[in-house]
Design a protein around this ligand. Structure first.
Ligand code: COI
Length: 334
């Protein structure tokens, strides 16, 4: 049997080789190119494909794989919001993802950036670098004095809650799908409005769905406390960026942690040093002293990347051998 992997980065290559070595009966091929209608032909003869990309898996792309008889696709990441799932269903695809490659990677990043906002480290670092070693005005807010509101209590949200509690914060949470343990322990508030009313820090840890596009918007920000810190290390589409910019301008929002951006596809994970920067709004955010932009790197740790590669190959191996995969993506409702 043969598995072909698309868009394998240099940092993933050792793990692809590690998996191939441990599975000598499977032929493994790969490319650093993204999967598209044009590149799908590289997978010719393969029984399944292993993929990761932020670029959409469009109907054309899926069709190009299906035309070669390939319908078993294993994602190296968790999110499935960039896949034409209705088309995948129509073509009889079987898809797997890696839902839990390292919740700590994302949760730690969110926690570190939250702490940086509270201590105003971006301003402080710049001051120090320019020779200004005065204390004021960069006075910090202690984490233990914050009520941290966590939206989404899946694997990532729960690790984030633990880290924040380790710092002494009061943690509250909202999730329509309640975790029984957390419910017993009394973490949940009854509604998002309750969370907005109580939280000094609000961190998003939910997948992007049709229903939650721009859930952080002018109306919901108006319900939040003054000087709230907003943290988005989940999906750009959840946040109405213009609304946050308005709230940063008015001073309502104290700081914004932004690892994902609604227009990030084609911008993040590219080098703009020697070409015109493509997005003025993003440039504006990057240059603000109370906004911490990272280019969707919360997940990007050695631990996470190794698990993403190894688990995706394991999943694909199960699919191509007709076994039930550990972590199938349910496309029956698509
Ligand atoms: C995901 O796993 O869905 C992510 O958002 C991380 C991705 C950039 C590899």
């Amino acid at each position: 049997k043969r598995i072909f992997a698309f868009s394998i980065r240099k940092d993933e290559e050792p793990y692809v080789k590690e998996w191939a070595k441990a599975h000598p009966h499977i032929e493994v091929g790969y490319t650093d190119e993204l999967l598209s209608p044009e590149t799908a032909k590289y997978a010719k003869g393969a029984d399944g494909v292993v993929v990761y990309q932020q670029l959409s898996y469009t109907a054309d792309t899926l069709q190009a794989l299906a035309d070669q008889g390939i319908t078993k696709m294993s994602l190296r990441n968790v999110g499935v919001d960039n896949i034409d799932l209705a088309k995948a269903k129509e073509l009889g695809f079987e898809i797997t993802n890696v839902p839990v490659y390292s919740p700590n990677a994302i949760a730690e990043h969110a926690a570190i950036q939250t702490a940086r906002i509270l201590r105003q480290t971006k301003v402080l670092d710049a001051k120090i670098e320019s020779g200004d070693l005065r204390w004021a005005p960069t006075i910090g807010r202690e984490v233990r004095d914050q009520t941290v509101g966590v939206i989404g209590t899946g694997h990532i949200g729960r690790v984030f809650m633990q880290i924040m509690e380790g710092f002494g914060a009061k943690v509250i949470a909202f999730d329509p799908f309640k975790n029984p343990e957390l419910e017993k322990q009394g973490y949940y508030v009854d509604s998002l409005d309750d969370l907005y009313a109580q939280a000094d820090v609000i961190s998003l840890h939910v997948p992007a769905t049709k229903e939650n596009t721009h859930m952080i918007n002018r109306n919901t920000i108006a319900k939040m406390k003054d000087d709230v810190v907003l943290v988005n290390c989940s999906r750009g589409a959840l946040v109405d960026t213009d609304a946050v910019i308005a709230a940063l301008d008015s001073g309502k929002v104290f700081g914004f942690v932004m690892d994902t951006y609604e227009d990030e596809v084609g911008i993040f994970n590219d080098d703009w040093q020697h070409k015109a920067f493509p997005d003025e709004r993003l440039a504006n955010l990057i240059h603000r002293s109370n906004v911490l932009v990272t280019p969707h790197t919360a997940f990007y740790t050695t631990h996470a990347v190794r698990n993403m590669v190894l688990k995706a190959f394991d999943n694909n191996c199960e699919l191509i051998n007709g076994k039930p995969a550990d972590t199938p993506v349910d496309i029956s409702q698509a």
